[in-house]
Design a protein around this ligand. Sequence first.
Ligand code: FCB
Length: 474
Amino acid sequence: MTGLAAGDDGALGFPEGFTWGASTAAYQIEGAAGADGKGPSVWDTFSHTPGKVRGGDTGDVACDSYHRYREDVALIASLGLTSYRFSISWPRVQPGGRGAANQRGLDYYRALLDELGEHGITATATLYHWDLPQELQDQGGWAARDTAGRFAEYASLTAGALGDRVARWITLNEPQVVSTNGYRNGDHAPGLRDPAAASAATHHLLLGHGLATRALRAAGAASVGITLDLHPVRVLGDGGSAGLERGRLITDAAANGIYLGPVLHGRYPEHAPEALLPPPALIAGGDLETISAPLDFLGVNYYSPIFLRAGDPADLRRNEQPARCRVPGVVEYLPDDLERTPMGWLVDASGLHQILVDVSRQAPGLPLYVTENGCAAEDYVNPDGEVNDVERVRYLHTHLEAAARAIKDGASLAGYFVWSLLDNFEWGWGYQKRFGIVFVDFGTQRRIPKASAAFYSNVVRANAIPLLPAAWPR
Ligand code: FCB
């Protein structure tokens, strides 16, 4: 069966064999920050620097999944999920980012993979979800070209040791966020505010992806892709003006094209603002060929779109902010009629439909996976001991429906991973923001599946979205 099916009961169906999963990342859940020979990462350093993370929270313990992975795998199995996306901590495998592997680090991931295998759950492993070994940062981090080579070496070594147990490899998670938040704004590790370093990091991350892809293939990896955070750019109201159209092209290039362009087409986009592009001197001959080596799939993380409208950047109205495109007469804004999550992120499921259909137009036939989608909510355990996260149920319902419709409209969507399996260390927000479909009481490490876990599990088991909301928690 291909495409969307509407069953007799009116349910929206997904294609047979559709992959259903949940995502996590090493630093956000593992804890065990110094266990078994692990070296420090930039996130260890950053979270231990006063004033960087809300309330001084760190990932030292997090969800303690390093020790509780069996319980976490059992949870995944109990929900009926077919795949688990987790990330491998580079400094667990290579404490200083180079040289021989730390066997005890590899042993942990082998044990996790074996546990998944025993439950019939496939592994979708991300090699880099932001926890660069601190020693490599001390030598320039992603602003240094050498880091791309080190990353390929780490990829090769890890795939050599674990490859037989991994169904899908994801090289990088959201290189855009690493460059923008880590090197340009400084609100993520390593906390730099250095535009030149940020542009260099963009290119070296992409090069690292390309070199790692080659290394993974040489090690016999089954399937290789990259995960990008994508942001549909939407113009509401009078979208017809030349300024707004130019603004849309530039914004799309800045937010998406700088990463999608090199990976899919071997070139940086023509409309991208020069300030964001790596200077030509950093782009060696052959780099773009390496970066655009064919992929087996593309991972798409979707949370929120970007809205543009006509406005005066010098006289911003409520909900408006200066536009990154810097086109005169254009502003970015947050529409009043869209809900916002506690992160302040707009909720707009139609943006997921738009981005999936758009990317499939750009890369016909390339399998796409939504590798992250979900929302923060103000979850609490009620007097019955339950977490009734109605906002997240609604969020997942509308976004899964958008994903199903995108398939109908031509998107080659092969799977969906909710962010996140567990409440976890949400980077600069610490433990304040809860994204899990499973509640974590961080004091006791007790896991409580939320109403959204039950809802999601029903969708997964039916491989379809029931259309009758009466059956869902309110
Ligand atoms: C994404 C990150 C993920 C998580 C979600 C909320 O940008 O990849 O680790 O923090 O946002």
